[in-house]
Write a new protein. Structure first.
Length: 153
């Protein structure tokens, strides 16, 4: 999990100093691409350890594997948008979509924290970090899409 946060935070740190479209490519590839690929491995390949971390041991891992594939899909599209320079509009859309996905994850962790349980503290921390990350993604996407002249930005 921490590797995901380090990769996302590193990409957002780069974003804070981004001054050109090339910097934007790095940010999209890092914050969505690398994070998506790492999250795929965490949720799908290492699903048992991920389930234990979240207190979901013993269940069917199908949901986690599906979440991993969703992360992989968005991550690969982000990397492709950077490698083939699809432009700020496409990259902004990828970042915005991933930000919304993270926001929805934060809502689930918030609900789990409110209900209580063994992993309440974990859910509160993950929810808070996810909210912050989704806001940062949305701001970055809006700036990039605004610079590209995409309506309504």
């Amino acid at each position: 999990m921490w590797l995901t946060w380090i990769a996302g935070g590193g990409g957002l740190a780069i974003a804070s100093g981004a001054s050109s479209s090339e910097d934007g490519l790095v940010v999209v590839a890092w914050t969505v691409g690398l994070v998506g690929v790492i999250s795929f491995f965490r949720h799908s390949v290492f699903h048992r350890a991920d389930a234990a971390r979240m207190g979901w041991e013993g269940g069917n891992p199908g949901f986690q594997i599906e979440v991993g594939f969703a992360n992989l899909a968005m991550g690969l599209v982000a990397i492709a948008s950077a490698v083939w320079a699809w432009g700020p509009a496409a990259q902004g859309a990828v970042v915005l979509a991933y930000g919304l996905y993270i926001l929805q994850s934060a809502l689930i962790h918030t609900a789990n924290a409110i209900r209580g349980g063994d992993h309440r503290r974990h859910d509160v921390v993950v929810a808070a970090l996810s909210y912050a990350l989704s806001i940062a993604f949305a701001v970055f996407a809006a700036i990039g899409m605004g610079a590209a002249g995409v309506n309504p930005f």
